[in-house]
Design a protein around this ligand. Sequence first.
Ligand code: FE
Ligand code: CA
Length: 501
Amino acid sequence: MYKVNRRTFVLGGLGAMVAVPRRNAYPFTLGIASGEPASDSVVLWTRLAPDPLAADGHGGMPAADVPVEWQVSPTGSFAKIVSSGTATARHDDAHTVHVIAGGLAPDREYHYRFRSQGRLSPTGRTRTAPRPGAAARDLVMLFASCANFEAGYFTAYRRMAEERPGLILHLGDYIYEGQAKPGHVRVHLGPEILTLADYRRRYGQYKVDPDLQAAHAAAPWIVVPDDHDVEDDYAGNHRLDDIPPLTAAQWTARRAAAYRAYYEHLPLRPRSQPSGTSMRLYRRLEWGRLATFHMLDTRQFRDPQACGGHYRVCPDADRPGRSMTGKAQEDWLLDGLAQHRATWDIIGQQVFFAGQLDSRGTGNMDAWDGYRAARDRLQRGWVERGVRNPVVLTGDIHTAWANDLKLDYADPRSRTIGAELVCTSITSRGDGSPSTAIPTASVNPHLKFYSDRRGYTRATVTPEQITADFRGVDAVSVRNAPIRTLGSFAIADGRPGVQRP
Ligand code: FE
Ligand code: CA
């Protein structure tokens, strides 16, 4: 926290400030964030919440809209301000703000901060993307998913911040919706979340975590939600279970609340602002000539899971009409892949993409194995379009993997047509084990790496190759555990699949 004094006031160029008595409680308890980097702008985020766990979801703020000033500088001293303004933290939005800081130079590091009610926020570091089509420097990009607050400490987020990456991708399960389960390392507040107030308070509980705040302050994020950001294993309008029982109208209201709270609490562009249960999350971001990020939404438009759930298999999984993305998103993705705008076409999405059957022939029906025709259309689509370097990034499964993608997963001799990197979870599944023996390896020779530690994946992206380092913390049941690299793989330009470096 920064003390506001006259010197900061003047040097910071925040002269238009209204004086507010010092007795005001500190409003930036949930930190700050940035995201969606373009070559000339970035989204800045914060929320005012002096009492972040307030049961009404309003963070202890009065029922009034409040001005929030913001500044962007090339340096952490804020000696020179290159972009600034005043946003309104609206009561209706739980006093969250999404600022588009524009007028920035491409491929540059920046620092940002907010000020409201006489208080300064912490300072964040962010950066812009290189210009579309421009040559780009190497990019260190980290990706992560699945941070169940109850399953452990967010040490992996802290270690991500310490890497000072250029970019962070979050692939879903930023929060978990479950009720408090005593006996865990940490405990959720209250019952399973259903209402907008519940979701807002849950985000409050997560975002007070200093390790999570550090990861946001370190780099811009590109985020997509998965199921737990709403409810476990939901599929569009369909709930896989009926716990707790909800009428159709209650379920609709819950989805709308979850989407709204997700938008409110993450640094998304206004184009992603939800309207009821409709939210535009699939989108493309360009990182010069180096990489195009195609971010997918595999929850909102999917057909219900085949065979009624997990780890089974039935003919329905192969039914050609079934979709994971919906037709519009599928067309949009294939159109984007056909544009060949960068060396790497990185598909950021939620669920396990490679085929993975166990020895009994069953598979994960919540993952792409339950939507095989859709996966086949996508894979054949990128092969037909001559996509040189498709790389799928995945979360959800709470273990780390490196996979070759195959034209036909039933035939080990079939062509390798891409690579998949699966990050482990930040905490979900707990401490795990040091084992790296690949489950189902005997029937899935295209799966090349496995880890049951918690952490994230570091991808160093250059024009020649992507180096993926699978990073794991020794434990999440204790604070501040060390991190180590558990395995490394390379994906070479023009050569599909993952290799030991
Ligand atoms: Fe998860
Ligand atoms: Ca999930």
